[in-house]
Design a protein around this ligand. Structure first.
Ligand code: AGV
Ligand code: CA
Length: 309
């Protein structure tokens, strides 16, 4: 039986690359994709999501539209990137999605897919967790249908990546966007594995990686992903703006969990300034698993291999 995956992403470049990566995994069935309007604008992000499904012959996978907007918005220039993606040569002529307002709302799709699944489902989240929390508040009995939640989120023994007013820099963006839902999710004590900045800091997007990827450009996926990665290099080369393979690393956990070092900890999430969205270790907090290290060489090799399609 294949592993069933429900994915919620928020339309950034590495989210879309992660969706592609899931579709390359053997023995894995993507049963639905929901999009959160966090690091994206929802209409172009749904279009990218649908086009990437088509590219992989998977346009029948159900899509859900996130209608909830978090507490702390992402910078607009980050949110606008999917427009560029939809115009890339391999995507521009693919049919657009049907009217995005015909899609079910994201929490409804999550509820529908979890209730109809005949086995437990793995939930992969590469953006904020609001859609899942809304679904579980509406249908708490569905917690029993979750095998594991893998979430790119948090920063524990390292700085966060939020640089803004009323903030001390300790939070990671996916948690900061909706600290209240994040705190709720952690408090459920479900089988939750976080892939935080502590481990994603080890996997920057490097020119060396892009250069190796370019040597396999005859593969359709290497060609497209090479173009997508190149779009991430428009960042200021200081720590806070370097682009990392944040979501790809979380996604690869589904296929190579044995290459990660993990730790069971007790933790909680702050919901107020100056550290809203900070994930912190707390002996009175809730139990969850965090990844602290990864075999970096193996990870880059794995990605390069999967894109040979
Ligand atoms: O904090 C990492 C999360 C990941 O899910 N996102 C990007 C990834 O999709 C937010 C983010 C942090 N820094 C960024 C981000 C940047 N420089 N550009 C775009 N998004
Ligand atoms: Ca993301």
């Amino acid at each position: 039986m294949p592993k069933l995956i429900l994915m919620d992403h928020d339309g950034a470049i590495d989210d879309l690359l992660s969706q592609l990566l899931v579709l390359t995994m053997p023995d894995t069935e993507l049963i639905g994709v929901t999009v959160t309007p966090a690091d994206c604008y929802i209409e172009p992000a749904l279009e990218s999501t649908y086009k990437l499904l088509q590219l992989m012959g998977k346009e029948q996978v159900a899509l859900g539209r996130g209608d909830y907007y978090g507490i702390n918005a992402f910078p607009n220039e980050w949110r606008a990137r999917p427009e560029i993606i939809n115009a890339l040569p391999m995507l521009i002529n693919l049919p657009k999605s049907p009217d995005p307002y015909l899609y079910p709302s994201a929490p409804d799709l999550i509820i529908d897919k979890l209730s109809s699944a005949t086995q437990k489902v793995t939930i992969l989240m590469t953006g904020p967790c609001s859609n899942l929390v809304m679904a579980l508040e509406k249908a708490p009995e569905l917690k029993a249908k979750i095998d594991e939640i893998v979430w790119m989120a948090g920063a524990f023994r390292t700085n966060g990546n939020v640089q803004t007013f009323q903030h001390d820099g300790s939070a990671e963006w996916n948690v900061f966007w909706d600290p209240i839902s994040s705190q709720k999710l952690v408090s459920y004590e479900l089988p939750l594995t976080l892939i935080p900045l502590d481990v994603t800091n080890h996997v920057p997007v490097t020119k060396k990686f892009l250069s190796t990827l370019a040597t396999q450009i005859d593969y359709k996926l290497s060609n497209l992903t090479g173009q997508l990665w190149a779009l991430t290099l428009d960042t200021i080369p200081s720590y806070h703006y370097t682009y990392f393979m944040w979501d790809l690393l979380a996604t690869s956990y589904l296929a190579m969990s044995e290459q990660f070092t993990t730790e069971i900890v007790k933790a909680n999430v702050s919901t107020r300034p100056p550290n809203a969205g900070q994930t912190y270790l707390d002996s009175n907090g809730y139990e969850l698993k965090i990844a602290t290290d990864v075999n970096v060489g193996y990870f880059y090799e794995y990605i390069l291999k999967q894109y040979k399609q």
